[in-house]
Design a protein around this ligand. Structure first.
Ligand SMILES: Nc1ncnc2c1ncn2[C@@H]1O[C@H](COP(=O)(O)OP(=O)(O)O)[C@@H](O)[C@H]1O
Ligand SMILES: [Mg+2]
Length: 312
């Protein structure tokens, strides 16, 4: 990550108690312009609480949150001016059309012309249905309208709390394409929470993993995919068993019960050398495949490590 860039969102040592319980414990993270940041954690881990603090819906008591350099407590109006956010399903008037809903919000914000309404409508791919009543919208369309609404005031930071809940795979793909385009073309920072791992894997550039109110780690997607064992992807090599005796000694541990199959873990960069060594020593190769660790495995291994009695 380019740390020279000024973060759009700076969460510093945030802790929060609710109902006498410690919900968040010393959360620190930064999100930069143009990146899609995934906030991943099981239900009840503290994602919505963190987002409510960011949006000023809960009071920051310990630590600080800054948006484009403005503290959400001391400089609330300025900080909120940079945020577009959706918590759960946005409020909408079902008897109005999509456009009329956006016009309502535009009046609330002020300073938003009809041109911007056209623009956000096109960005979220709703242009052909924007004059239909909301009552006729599918869930995916309502969510896209919510996104359009959040984008009206040209936010630098877009905050989405579990936006994929209830979306079908096609809807998730649409959302993913829209968010990536926004982030990478308009330099918007996107903060997106989810308990669904496979989706963040596809949408995000970086992921922060939260469990029991503790941020376990923040990783780039590449790091996440390689994190499972620290040893890189699992390699499987299918060989001619009559040549297995030629196996170089350093690959001895790759032998399996099946004489035509070798498996082991190695860093991705070492795979070409491994193939070369096999060929060079006279092992005949039929196929080589590598399996990356899914983010789900990584996530489960991380959260169970830190959560006694958690999943394992
Ligand atoms: N107002 C509240 N009072 C007491 N506990 C709360 C309150 N809001 C949330 N919690 C608790 O805080 C924890 C984190 O909740 P939340 O931030 O909604 O998690 P997530 O969004 O990750 O599912 C949960 O255990 C929840 O029960
Ligand atoms: Mg939540």
């Amino acid at each position: 990550m380019d740390n020279v860039k000024t973060p759009v969102l700076e969460i510093s040592s945030i802790s929060k108690k609710l109902g006498g319980r410690q919900i968040l414990n010393n959360i620190t993270l930064n999100v930069y312009p143009g990146e899609v940041f995934g906030f991943l954690g099981p239900n009840g881990s503290g994602k919505t609480t963190t987002i409510k603090l960011m949006l000023g819906l809960l009071r920051v008591e310990s630590g600080s949150i800054r948006i484009c350099g403005h503290d959400v407590t001391d400089d609330f109006e300025a900080a909120m001016g940079y945020i577009g956010g959706i918590i759960e399903n946005p409020e909408m008037y079902r008897y109005l059309t999509g456009r009329e809903n956006l016009e309502q919000y535009a009046r609330m914000y002020g300073g938003i012309g009809p041109g911007r309404i056209e623009e956000v409508t096109a960005l979220v791919g709703l242009s052909d249905r924007i004059d239909d009543k909301i009552a006729k919208y599918s869930l995916g369309m309502r969510q896209r309208l919510g996104l359009a609404q959040a984008l009206l005031n040209r936010p630098r930071l877009l905050v989405l709390d579990e936006p994929t809940n209830g979306l079908d795979p096609a809807g998730i793909k649409d959302l993913r394409d829209t968010l990536r385009e926004l982030a990478h073309k308009e330099s918007v920072a996107v903060f997106i929470s989810s308990h669904q791992l496979a989706e963040l894997d596809l949408i995000c550039d970086r992921i922060g993993i939260i469990n029991n109110g503790i941020l376990l780690d923040t990783l780039t997607i590449e790091e996440v995919r390689n994190a499972g064992s620290g040893a890189g992807p699992l390699i499987t090599v299918e060989i001619d068993p009559s040549t297995a005796e030629n196996l170089p000694p350093f690959l001895e541990s790759y032998r399996t019960d099946d004489p035509s199959k070798l498996t082991g873990q190695t860093e991705r960069e070492k795979i070409p050398d491994l193939i070369y060594a096999l060929c060079d020593s006279g092992v005949r190769i039929y196929s080589v495949s590598s399996a990356r660790h899914s983010i789900e495995e990584v996530f489960l291994s991380m959260t169970s490590e830190y959560a006694p009695g958690g999943r394992s």
